[in-house]
Structures are given as C-alpha cells and as structure tokens.
Ligand binder design. Structure first.
Ligand SMILES: *Cc1c(COP(=O)(O)O)cnc(C)c1O
Length: 466
C-alpha cells in the first residue's frame, strides 16, 4: 500500500485558521452575539495557541475545524472543558477497563445524578429518625435477586478480596491452587493481595492440575480459608483439572475452614446461551456452598465500579466490623447506581442492562447496522470500507478466549496507514477507539451506543476525507 509521509509540522501549522476566519463561522458568530465578540476572540486565541503548541510537539497532526469551533464556543461561554469525556468504543470489547468498563443504564445514571446533587437518607433511618446504615439500600435487592442472606459493598473487587482475606485469615493460612495464582492486570496479583491482607499463602497442586486431595493434605490447624479464584483473563487448555466447588465446600465444612471465592466478573446469570461458556455465575457459587463470594460491580453485572461481598451472615458481620471497611466503603453515587442497576434486573431482567444487551445482541442485528453504516460512507472518496465477520469479546477478564460472533467494518484510508487512520479517529471529538489488524481499521458496532455514536463515526470519516 502506498503511504504518505506524515506532513511536516510547518505545513500543518499553516492550516490553522486565522482568528478572523474562525469568527466568520456561523456557530461562533452566534456565540459572539450571546457573550460578546471579545470573549470569542480571546477563546479563539487560547485554543489556536494550544493547538499550535501541540502540533509543534508532534502530539497532533490534523486540524478538526468543528472540534476547534466547539472548544472555542465552550470556553467563550464559560462552560468547563473536562479531561474526563465520552469516547466511542468501536473496539468490540464490551467491558473495556481502559474505557470505563460497563456503561450504566440510563435509569442508574439518573438515580446516581439525583442522589449526588442532594441530601439523602444514605445513613439515616427516616422511620426512626436516627442513624442508619448505608448497606441496607442494596442488601435487600441482592436478597430478592439471589436469595443471598447478606451483602456488603466496597469500592471494587480488589478491596473486597483484601478486606475478606484480612478479616478471615490475618496471621493464619489461606490455601490457593497454583493454577489460580494469577495476575488480573493493573498489578492485582493474588499472592500480593494475600500478603497485604496479612494472610499466609499456602500453595497447593500444580499449575495445570489441582485435586481435592491437595487441599485436604494442606489443611492444618493454622488454616482459616480455602480460596478459589476465577483465573480471569488467563485460560488453560489441555491436561487440566480442578475440583468442583461443591466438593471444596464439603471439605471446608468438614474441616471447619471458610471457602471463599473471588469470582471476578460476577455474572448474575448463565451466559452460555450467548456463547460464553465457562463463565461461572453468582447463583451457582452460592448454591455450591461458598461461604464468602466477591465480585466486581462494573463487569458482567453491568453497574458502577464496586466490589460486592455476599455470603454467610456471621462472616459478613465480621467483615463489616473490620476497621478497613471504613477505608474501603463506597460513596453514595456508586450505591445509588448499584441500587438502580439491581432494581432494573428485578423489574425488567438482564436485557435492561446495557453491557448485557450488547453481549446478547444477535450478529444479524450488528450486521444490519454495519451494512447501513458502510453504505452511508461508500461515496467517501478517500476511504474504502468492507464488511466482514469477526469476534467481539466480553472483556474484564470474563470468558477469556471466547469470542462473540460479530460483523466488523474494515476501513482503509488511501492517504494514511492503518495506524495513522486509527490515530486520526482517536483525535476526533469525541474520540473514536478502533482496532487495527492487517492494515485495516476495524470498527465493531456491538459496543457503539446506537444511532448518535454511529452518526459521529460517519461524520468523522467524512471529515477525514477532506
Ligand atoms: C477483575 C478482577 C478483580 C479486580 O476487580 P476490580 O473490581 O477491578 O477491583 C479481582 N479478581 C478477579 C478474578 C477479577 O477478574
């Protein structure tokens, strides 16, 4: 493929529009009418000067007039321009940790916003007129959904594992299979978390095979916990073995130690209908007799960042009393979003949760959207698009190695390499994040939030043809 050298920054700098030209643009003329010409000129100077600096540093290699206009209008109108902003996720990775994992359902976002901007009964019992507990708002919902007798919520699953181990096994032993001593990412390594909790790690079995007998032999008078860990984004195939959860639960009961499970994703229901096998779910673990179960709120549950701890009332009461709980407790915004997410499961089922809806959308629907988008850009001179089969992934460490059949838009730009094309899309406003494979930019609409974001993709492609 022919490739053009990146333009020297001098040439790009000369393409920055003049202040006079910018002020002629209709949107900025309107802004000037509202806030006065002087403020628009000042904002235009600031924005173009930042842009000039970024181009000179080599951080930017294109100029997006609409985005410039929007920035200038926002600054002139006194609207803040934030660092944290929406992006279009066209990667097909549904629970993309770098892109904020699960998008909340509108109802959950709305409830969080409502509670955020007012006083609430976060820790107040309005009936008794006295202090209440922040846990009760979601505890009843977990009971209704799963029959879980008690629930606690902390900031994230890492915190949940830490506080549970610290409560149950500080200064004592915790047994973990060598096949489950994994690193989840972001430096969350099971051995390190054990060490920080004060528990002494006792490894059993081998990397590929661990049997119930290995746990049996390892249990001694210092053992408090048998820990089972979802290997998350790590997948072993071939000559492997690990005991059934129920076998482990029976052994734990017999030897009077606690069985704890770090479930990772924490799907509330089986996803094998949608082609995701091997993803354990919360109900199964509770049924198998796990004493303490932890999982994330923003993975397959589809809610806010949170760590959920379910299980035996006596153990959860002890965890609740741990002074670490105060350090790890969630804020009202997360609790409101979690409450609304769980309420949606009860009222409308999993289809009402955006992340689960994305997983469940049949490929035929994605193909239809991809075809429609592809046909609306066929007239664009510089870009060739084709539609082809591919895979989306759940992400967030769930169901590693298993794809969900999807339809991809493969795009090639005549004047740019695939890497440059992908970068230009990332510099769009809003940024569009795509995959690059074999000199193609791949867009997966499974993770693109319906029509508005599809429109943004079309507009970005159109702009890159100019
Ligand atoms: C994702 C994951 C964690 C960490 O959860 P966070 O909510 O990101 O803190 C811990 N354990 C497992 C098995 C995971 O998959």
């Amino acid at each position: 493929m022919e490739r053009t050298e990146p333009a020297p920054s001098g040439a790009i700098l000369r393409r920055i529009p003049s202040i006079e030209l910018l002020l002629e643009r209709p949107a900025l003329r309107d802004t000037a009418l509202r806030v006065g010409r002087r403020r628009v000129v000042a904002a235009a100077r600031a924005v173009t000067s930042d842009l000039r600096a970024a181009i000179t540093r080599g951080d930017r290699s294109d100029i997006n007039l609409e985005s410039l206009e929007r920035q200038i209008a926002a600054i002139a109108s006194g609207e803040p321009s934030y660092s944290l902003r929406p992006v279009v996720n066209a990667t097909g990775v549904i629970l993309h940790t770098n892109l904020g994992r699960a998008p909340l359902a509108i109802e959950a976002a709305r409830h969080a916003a409502e509670i955020a901007a007012t006083y609430s009964n976060l820790e107040y019992d309005t009936d008794a007129g006295e202090r209440g507990k922040r846990d009760i708002h979601v505890e009843q919902l977990f009971e209704e959904l799963l029959g879980a007798p008690r629930a606690l919520v902390v900031n994230n699953n890492a915190a949940a594992v830490l506080i549970a181990l610290n409560t149950l096994a500080d200064g004592a032993e915790v047994i973990v299979s060598r096949g489950e001593l994994v690193e989840i990412g972001g430096a969350f390594r099971i051995p390190d978390v054990c060490a920080k909790s004060g528990a002494l790690l006792r490894e059993v079995g081998t990397t590929n095979r661990t049997r119930i007998g290995d746990y049996q032999t390892a249990i001694n008078e210092r053992t408090r916990v048998m820990l089972r860990v979802h290997p998350s984004n790590f997948r072993m195939e071939g000559f492997t073995e690990r005991p059934q959860l129920a076998e482990m639960a029976a052994l734990a009961r017999e030897r009077k130690v606690a069985l704890m499970e770090d479930l990772g994703s924490g799907s509330l229901e089986s996803l094998s209908r949608y082609g995701l096998h091997d993803e354990p779910n919360v109900a199964e673990s509770l049924k198998a007799g796990v004493d303490v179960l932890t999982f994330s709120g923003d993975k397959l549950l589809g809610g806010p960042q949170a760590g959920v701890i379910l299980g035996r009332p006596d153990m959860l009461t002890a965890i609740r009393k741990n002074p670490l709980f105060r350090a790890l407790r969630p804020g009202k915004i997360a609790l409101a979003a979690l409450e609304a997410t769980l309420a949606l499961y009860i009222r409308e089922g999993a289809e009402a949760i955006p992340a689960l809806r994305m997983i469940q959308t049949p490929n035929a629907k994605i193909a239809e959207r991809a075809q429609r988008l592809a046909s609306s850009v066929t007239g664009f001179a510089e870009i060739t698009v084709t539609v082809k089969d591919g895979f989306s992934v759940a992400g967030g460490g769930s169901s590693p190695g298993q794809g969900i059949a999807t339809t991809l838009i493969a795009a090639v730009h005549r004047r740019m390499s695939a890497q440059e094309f992908a970068r230009a899309l990332r510099l769009n406003d809003p940024p569009i994040i795509a995959r690059v494979e074999d000199e193609n930019v791949l867009l997966d609409l499974r993770t693109v939030l319906k029509s508005e974001q599809e429109e943004q993709i079309v507009r970005a492609l159109e702009r890159l043809c100019r």
